[in-house]
Design a protein around this ligand. Structure first.
Ligand SMILES: Cc1ncc(COP(=O)(O)O)c(C=O)c1O
Length: 289
């Protein structure tokens, strides 16, 4: 696999970072993951905008312009032998003697790799998945996509140990998101999702959901959702760039709705697939024509 590290392309085995990199020492950095369909990155502008915001909020200087980022990411995509990819990149504050305060004039470390994009299995799409719940014990800046993910990893581990696909998170009795995805409920045909504030990651797939429900004329609202509402919902979904839309049919061993992916999920899933084929793959198809 060819990766990008600090201005150079190289085999992943040759990519090395000093142990004093603040990413290694403090988890002091930010990241992004963009899905790539038929070699075209989907909503790269949205991912770059979110990255710029993360960088600026944690005061790491952005080493590249948007045009430069786009060019480098396209080169990483071109160097892989597969068409559908998940391009992951991270920027850390750089290498310095260990000290909590931000050292001045550091050169940020930039690492980019790409893996095959693995979408949810047919079984998960058709039958849905299980979830468990937990208190959302993460910090209060979950809107930043930082590489300090130990909280999310601990939370995801809870569902992994239970053989479930996600951990749904509640803060003060209200749904925030899941360990690596945004969360939604459907009640009486209306989709609802919590507001984008400092307690959740503003998912790019969440924006895609807003677009597709508009296309399909499905009612959707943004509001606070209680734990009781989640258990009483007709449907529960989670979304992310790699999961797309997944129905949650059982939470903490309790059946949700009919215990199988519901009719609103089926519509949204189909709209997502149509959108992917018509819009996400469109650039490539236009080039091929
Ligand atoms: C905590 C969390 N929330 C939400 C998401 C969904 O974001 P996106 O749709 O941009 O993949 C992710 C994705 O990694 C995540 O880690």
């Amino acid at each position: 696999m060819t990766v990008f590290l600090n201005g150079k392309f190289m085999p992943i085995e040759e990519a090395k970072v000093p142990v004093l990199d603040r990413g290694f020492i403090f988890g002091d950095g930010i990241y992004e993951l963009v899905p790539v369909y038929s070699r075209a990155p989907f909503r790269l502008e949205g991912h770059l905008a979110r990255m710029e915001r993360s960088l600026s909020e944690v005061q790491i200087p952005n080493p590249y312009s948007r045009a430069e980022w786009t060019r480098i990411i396209e080169q990483v995509i071109d160097k892989q032998p597969f068409d559908d990819q998940g391009v992951y990149w991270q920027v850390t504050r750089g290498v310095a003697k260990r000290d909590h305060a931000f050292p001045k004039d550091l050169q940020p470390t930039v690492f980019i790799m790409s893996n095959p994009l693995v979408n949810p299995s047919k079984d998960i799409v058709e039958n849905g998945g299980k979830a468990v719940t937990s208190k959302d014990f993460r910090w209060h800046r979950c809107d930043l996509k930082t590489i300090s993910l130990i909280g999310n990893c601990m939370l995801r581990q809870m569902s992994a140990e239970a053989g479930a696909v996600e951990t749904l998170l509640f803060r003060d009795g209200r749904l925030t998101e899941a360990s690596a995805s945004n969360a939604y409920i459907v009640k009486d045909g209306v989709i609802a999702t919590p507001p984008k504030d400092h307690l959740i990651l503003p998912g790019i797939t969440l924006d895609v959901v807003f677009d597709i429900v508009k296309r399909g004329n499905l009612p959707m609202e943004v509001r606070e959702i209680t734990e009781a509402e989640v258990f009483a919902a007709d449907e529960v979904w989670v979304t992310s760039s790699s999961k797309e839309v997944v129905a949650i049919v059982e939470i903490d061993g309790k059946r949700i709705g009919a215990g199988k992916p519901g009719p609103v999920f089926r519509k949204a899933w189909q709209l997502y697939q149509d959108f992917k084929n018509e819009v996400m793959r469109a650039k490539r198809q236009a080039q091929a024509a």
